[in-house]
Design a protein around this ligand. Structure first.
Ligand code: M6R
Length: 616
């Protein structure tokens, strides 16, 4: 959602802010703006509804004087539509301070009422402007940006990352966070703030994550972190594991195209160093050691969207290997139904961004109710891993396209590593079986590379189907979450109605949807790995084929049963059953991307969506 960048240092703040906003574009937004204290000591702002390009065009035709202090923002509208007036920054009453905000200030109506009765006038419909006016009033009282900011954030409820600058204190940017991310970038004679490290990774890889209810003041040569009352806080520095080029599109037509091809590396990097002599090593789990794992009685996986589908694959594998019961729950449903939790329950959260508010709230609920909490996350320094007892980082590299692709593969790899580790701790699999499964995982990057090398037929298929209005996806066992993921990709990218079903459910209702010409993707299990299930899925294909469906099958290369029944077969290499999804999902990701492209849509930033959903 909203992207935030702050800078203090040399007189190039406009370039730094715009570069940061460009790198944060992936979060999803509908307006953009900057505020700069220029070389004449004036506070200047410029903000425009629409894409960053609109703001850039505006700045090109009517440039601002540069300066050494500034803040920049991309807004994803919540309170008030995406207009120039509602875009950030917002100003204090006297126009001397500018403020930007990510999140939702829940008590903004009361605060606005208070300010209105004090005679304040508002120019926008946003909750943010309330914070700006409040800060202006506090500045009038304290004449200190840090103190005024502290007084202001203490009055706010809800979720917020706020940054502010004041004309009378050039060389200072203040920031605060509650329930919304903020990271510091440490430079040499310059410092940065960002909603995530992408905001400043072009300039520095030294970063510090700011904790819940903390405030920061950056100056060119200093960084101070305190709590909301002003008490100093020890903040830990970390090095960003990737460089700026990793979040560049390179020569690719889209970030999504690039990230799909990075799938094999995402898996390889996630398992690298974690399989030693055929056994899984997870030193990352230190916070939840073998004794704790031996004592758990159940696992609850919480996640949203694509991450929840990786969770279903995790459930099937972990239960099968370790015999510990596993439930998967959408994180936003979890805490509102008062789930039963105790210290023998292990809650595993899965999140690419590590900032998804729904997942974070589920993690908080689980901790507060005595469960052990492990997170699987792709983003260093993010909030969810910081609030968990232990974390297994996936190493997929930055995922910029809104649609999750390589992160899904890395999540599944991490869940499988965990499942095999748990099986060893609990003695449910022999070392030899664990080693065989590890070998399957190690073989995935090469097999997936082969899948990605022969995608012409998928592009062609998508081209033919550009006018399709609805697509169904069927799978059984581990093919079921793949079907769900295929449907989600198509919905979010190509805006086509798509549904994923467990194939066994067909006869219980969905088969009524089948009419002549209806395209149905079927994920077919291996006839060698799952012969019984294979037969069942072949029967399902016959049922829909008999009713005129166009069958688009993803099947193992060499499966002789499928070609006579299917209109199109997309082959994948042979793999053991649990590992097939890591191969079968790629054609569906590519199909959705190609279909969206054929429809002329923006595949990296689909409408209405944000990469990181930081509000509930
Ligand atoms: O950052 P997270 O993994 O927590 O995000 C969860 C979902 O919002 C995310 O997977 C979403 O469903 C994607 N847009 C799917 O492509």
């Amino acid at each position: 959602m909203c992207g935030i960048v702050g800078y203090v240092g040399t007189s190039k703040s406009i370039e730094v802010l715009l570069g940061g906003l460009r790198r944060l574009e992936y979060r999803g937004y509908d307006s953009a703006g900057i505020a700069v204290i220029d070389e004449n000591g004036d506070l200047q702002t410029r903000k425009r509804a629409g894409k960053l390009a609109t703001l850039l065009g505006d700045l090109e035709s009517n440039p601002l004087a540069n300066g050494a202090t500034g803040i920049g923002h991309t807004r994803w509208a919540t309170h008030g539509g995406p207009t120039d007036g509602n875009a950030h920054p917002h100003l204090g009453d006297d126009g001397k301070l500018a403020l930007i905000h990510n999140g939702i200030i829940e008590n903004f109506s009361e605060l606005k009422q208070e300010l209105l009765s004090d005679g304040y006038v508002f120019d926008s419909e946003t909750d943010t402007e309330v914070a700006a006016k409040l800060l202006g009033r506090e500045y009038g009282r304290t004449k200190s940006l840090e103190q005024a900011f502290r007084n202001t954030v203490q009055r706010l409820e809800g979720a917020f990352t706020l940054l502010a600058v004041h004309r009378d204190e050039p060389g200072l940017v203040v920031g605060a966070r509650r329930n919304s991310p903020l990271v510091i970038g440490l430079g040499d004679g310059e410092n940065f703030l960002g909603s995530d490290v992408a905001a400043f990774v072009e300039f520095t890889r030294r970063a510090v994550a700011i904790g819940q209810d903390q405030m920061v003041a950056i100056r060119p040569d200093s960084v101070t972190v305190t709590d909301f009352l002003g008490a100093p806080v020890q903040a830990d520095e970390f090095e960003v594991a990737w460089d700026a080029s990793a979040s560049e599109k390179g020569g690719w037509s889209s970030f999504m195209a690039k990230e799909i091809t990075e799938g094999p590396d995402a898996v390889a990097n996630t398992i690298r160093g974690r399989i030693v002599d055929g056994l899984v090593q997870l030193p990352d789990l230190d916070g939840i050691g073998d004794a704790a794992l031996a004592g758990i009685t159940r696992i609850v996986i919480v996640a949203c969207g694509t991450a929840s589908y990786s969770g279903i694959l995790g459930k099937y594998a972990i239960e099968s290997w370790s015999r510990v019961p596993v439930e998967v729950e959408l994180a936003h449903e979890f805490r509102y139904r008062e789930p039963v939790l105790d210290s023998t329950t292990l809650v595993i959260s899965i999140s690419q961004s590590g900032e998804t508010m729904d997942t974070r709230m589920a993690v908080q609920y689980a901790s507060e109710h005595g469960a052990r909490v492990l997170s699987i996350c792709n983003t260093q320094g993010a909030t969810i891993p910081r609030e968990s007892e232990a974390v297994i980082y996936t190493h997929a590299g930055p995922e910029v396209a809104v649609a999750s692709t390589k992160a899904f593969l890395a999540q599944v790899a991490a869940l499988y590593l965990f499942g095999l580790h748990l099986a060893r701790v609990r003695g449910t699999l022999s070392d030899q079986v664990i080693a065989e499964n590890c070998a399957e995982l190690v073989a995935i990057p090469e097999k997936l590379t082969r899948v990605l090398e022969s995608t012409d037929s998928i592009a062609q298929l998508a081209g033919w189907m550009a006018d399709t209005r609805a697509v169904l996806f069927l799978g059984r066992h581990v093919g079921y979450p793949v079907a769900l993921e295929g449907a989600l990709k198509l919905k979010e990218l190509a805006y086509i109605h798509a549904e994923g079903f467990a194939a066994g459910e067909l006869k219980h209702g969905p088969i009524a949807l089948i009419e002549p010409g209806q395209p149905v993707f079927v994920i077919v299990p291996s006839p060698i790995g799952q012969p019984e299930l294979h037969k069942k899925v072949i029967s399902n294909i016959k049922e829909i084929e008999a009713r005129g469906a166009r069958v688009l099958a993803i099947a193992e290369a060499g499966d002789a049963f499928v070609p006579p029944l299917a209109d199109v077969v997309l082959p994948i290499p042979l793999a053991a059953p649990f590992f097939e999804p890591l191969l079968a999902v790629a054609p569906l990701q590519i199909f959705a991307m190609e279909l969206a492209t054929a429809k002329g849509l923006d595949v990296d930033q689909p409408r209405n969506l944000a990469k990181s959903v930081t509000v509930e």
